[in-house]
Design a binder for this molecule. Structure first.
Ligand code: MLT
Length: 271
């Protein structure tokens, strides 16, 4: 089994993903937000690249709407891209119906949909760029073990797709990929021979990510503080988001991008 790492989403070669499992990382914060929302009761997250399209989709289907650009909430959107906004699940969210009432939302929010439309600067684009893969999983520190298990279960070569920021390397995304790799190695070492006969062959970027995760093994939060985007979020007063995104294996879900939306597949909800 070949495990490769793509350092920024703009470097994705769609043809190279064919027949592989892609795990997409935007640890600060899109994939962490998506995992948190799905673990908190949302049924689907629609990753949308364009803000106007996101607004139209949410309006048309009365979905919860969330959007971020350059780390901040898109003006006029009810939600930004902080995972903390979605911890309470869809019952505590503002819905599109609130938008029509103008900028001052009333407190009478009601559940009109369990679906969330999310558009972010890099992460949602990265997820859509990976859709030529056989399976696209959403990875973060929050669900590293679950997504490692899901990727191994597919039995295909693995591409760890790091979103990056504006086409530049982001430490936290490769750190997230490194923690998933560490979980893959741990599960392989524990597996009996008939479960995982495959050994893995990592490319140099994957080996680097693995080393990064070992360096920050006891303190992933300091890894999130170290990167440029983490520093920007701190300047924006969003330190709590970094603490949330740094939690290792808080959720046991491995969300799948179907090409339209991201959801958690199960016996009850095959996808
Ligand atoms: C991104 O998509 O670039 C990030 O998620 C931005 C952010 O939420 O800070």
């Amino acid at each position: 089994m070949q495990v490769s790492l793509i350092p920024v989403a703009t470097a994705v070669n769609p043809a190279a993903l064919h027949g592989t499992t892609a795990v997409v990382f935007d640890v600060l914060r899109a994939t962490s937000t998506i995992v948190t929302a799905l673990a908190s009761g949302y049924r689907r997250v629609y990753p949308v690249a364009d803000a106007g399209i996101a607004l139209a989709l949410a309006n048309e289907r009365s979905f919860v709407l969330a959007g971020e650009r350059r780390g901040e909430k898109i003006a006029g959107f009810p939600h930004g891209n902080s995972p903390l906004e979605f911890i309470g699940g869809p019952d505590t969210a503002y819905h599109m119906s609130e938008i029509s009432k103008g900028p001052s939302f009333n407190n009478n929010v009601w559940k009109t949909s369990d679906d969330l439309v999310l558009t972010t600067t890099n992460g949602t684009k990265a997820i859509r760029r990976a859709q030529s893969a056989h399976k696209v999983l959403t990875g973060s520190l929050l669900n590293a073990r679950a997504v490692a298990q899901a990727a191994l279960r597919e039995g295909l070569d693995i591409n760890l797709v790091c979103a990056g920021t504006a086409g530049r390397f982001s430490l936290e995304d490769t750190l997230g990929a490194g923690f998933v790799l560490a979980e893959i190695m741990r599960q392989l070492s524990q597996a009996t021979s008939e479960q995982h006969t495959a050994s893995i062959n990592m490319d140099d970027l994957a080996i680097t990510a693995y080393g990064l995760a070992r360096f920050y093994h006891n303190d992933p939060l300091s890894g999130l503080f170290a990167g440029r985007h983490g520093q920007k979020l701190l300047r924006l007063g969003l330190e709590e988001d970094l603490h949330w995104c740094a939690q290792l294996n808080r959720f046991d879900i491995a969300p799948v991008f179907t090409g339209k939306y991201i959801t958690v597949c199960s016996a009850a909800y095959a996808c």
